[in-house]
Write a protein that binds this ligand. Structure first.
Ligand code: E4P
Length: 217
């Protein structure tokens, strides 16, 4: 399973990238706003840092304008993935941009039928938002499972990019179900390393080591 990092914070991306944990990056207008950076400038920096796909989102709502924005974003670097919302116009833009050979990530997906349309429109990635479904007491993981079944039934090559990941359990469940990619904030990716028994065990080992009075270096 690929790990994308869901942020526009360069330092956080660099730290995870140095460890080989970053297969790509996703951004959105809210994350760009949070970074306080210019979208073209910060996206270029991310593309230079990371080898994998870097999603940059259009903000137009009509297909022609989305296509124009998508073309401009795609000029930033060869690893740009143009992110379009799952609207009818977004699907039109997906069809045109993917037809031009650009990678397209169709975002804000909340149903399996939406995911089916995105695959037929040639999306490289579909982004179902797990956490936002959980927020309204629906089952985000069931959606990932349904999309996996449907894509496998018909051999769609669109990759399932599980988004709006809020916890380590979300990551584990997505891996079990067979999502192709998860995108998560840096803190969630780092939290995968934590376990209370690891902390407890390490504390006990260090306490015993202290009693030996020995040193390794
Ligand atoms: C994905 O591409 C989105 O940027 C992101 O995962 C949304 O997450 P949120 O629902 O926590 O804002």
């Amino acid at each position: 399973m690929k790990f994308f990092v869901d942020t526009a914070e360069i330092d956080a991306i660099a730290e995870l990238n140095d460890l080989g944990m970053v297969d790509g990056v996703t951004t959105n207008p809210s994350l760009i706003m949070k970074s306080g950076r210019d979208i073209l400038e910060v996206t270029k920096e991310i593309c230079d840092l990371v080898d994998g796909p870097v999603s940059a989102e259009v903000v137009a709502t009509e297909a022609d304008a989305m296509i124009a924005e998508g073309r401009k974003l795609a000029e930033i670097a060869p690893n740009i993935t143009v992110k379009v919302p799952l609207t009818w116009d977004g699907l039109k833009a997906c069809k045109v941009l993917s037809g031009e050979g650009k990678m397209v990530n169709v975002t804000l997906c909340f149903s399996a039928n939406q995911a089916l349309l995105a695959a037929k429109a040639g999306a490289t990635f579909i982004s179902p938002f797990i956490g936002r479904l959980d927020d309204i007491a629906l089952d985000g993981l069931e959606l990932i499972d349904d999309i996996r079944t449907i894509y496998d039934n018909y051999g769609f090559e669109t990759e399932i990019l599980a988004a709006s990941i809020r916890s380590a359990n979300h990551v584990q469940d997505c891996a079990r179900i067979g999502a192709d990619v998860i995108t998560a904030p840096p803190a969630v990716i780092k939290s995968l390393a934590s376990h209370p028994l690891t902390d407890k065990g390490l504390a006990a080992f260090l306490a015993d080591w202290e009693k030996t009075g020995q040193k390794i270096l």
